[in-house]
Design a protein around this ligand. Structure first.
Ligand code: SAM
Length: 250
């Protein structure tokens, strides 16, 4: 998987790519990341990437020419199935696990990081294949969102995560939230780890985790349960939990 990031702040990516998960994925050659400075695609002496909006009003807008040229320089394929050209934008499609899964099948992902008031509308009209938002709030730039997309997609690539089972178990992968986790010590400040986790009965542990994952979802994100693919055991557990927790009408 090749990520191409187009930004006016290449140095923004130095630290996130030099520690932790993304660094390991780079070292293992699971991903390649190329950071492109938008200013390299300007033609004037001041390397100008922005200009005032037509019609007046606040702020500056990223000019179309450098963005078109930068994308054309890094793009490997015109085939949308292979190369995604993504504009990070608060107006985009909300980014979730399903989008991450879809994008993990691409060969190249080009991430255009906006700044200021955003990008010239013609970038949306002709250059990109999709517009992605990481949430209903406005950030100063698309660089953090680009890192969010990169990390979420990379976690889904073969061998990127140590234990493939953790990808199946964790939140959203099966449409519900993850179960609670504990580690040593078994007793901490009067709080004891649930006995079932200490007994070594794997069937019982599996059932407990399933029930707790459902309980977590019911308490924190009940809206997910409508779309979740639950097996018959989970459906029964959920009905029982709703009765016990008296949450059925919430
Ligand atoms: N005026 C724009 C609007 O209201 O749609 C917001 C511009 S914002 C200050 C500057 C840049 O930050 C955007 O072009 C985009 O690249 C990025 N950005 C801000 N919030 C974002 C979000 N929630 N998701 C993805 N990108 C975002």
């Amino acid at each position: 998987m090749l990520f191409d990031v187009i930004t006016i702040f290449p140095q923004f990516f130095d630290s996130p790519l030099s520690v932790g998960f993304l660094k390991r994925a780079l070292d293992k050659k699971i991903i390649e990341v190329r950071i492109t400075d938008l200013r390299d695609f300007t033609t004037d002496r001041h390397r100008t990437v922005d200009d005032r909006p037509f019609g007046g009003g606040r702020g500056m807008v990223l000019k179309p020419e450098p963005i078109f040229k930068a994308v054309e320089a890094v793009r490997h394929s015109e085939d949308e199935g292979r190369t995604a050209v993504i504009l990070l934008s608060p107006q985009g499609k909300p980014f979730g696990q399903q989008e991450a899964e879809r994008l993990s099948k691409k060969e190249q992902i080009i991430l255009i990081c906006g700044r200021y008031e955003g990008v010239d509308e013609r970038v949306r009209q002709q250059l990109i294949t999709e517009e992605i938002s990481i949430g209903d709030y406005v950030l100063a730039g698309g660089d953090l969102p680009a890192l969010v997309v990169m990390e979420a997609v990379t976690r889904l690539l073969p061998s990127a995560v140590g234990s493939p089972q953790s990808l199946i178990d964790e939140s959203f992968c099966q449409g519900i939230l993850d179960f609670p986790c504990y580690t040593r010590p078994a007793s901490f400040r009067g709080m004891r780890v649930p006995e079932v986790l200490l007994m070594g009965n794997h069937q019982e542990i599996k059932r407990w985790r399933k029930r707790k994952a459902l309980e977590n979802t019911l308490r924190k994100r009940p809206n997910l349960l409508g779309r979740a693919q639950l097996d018959s055991e989970a459906v029964k557990m959920l009905a029982k939990l709703k009765g016990e927790l008296n949450l059925s009408s919430k």
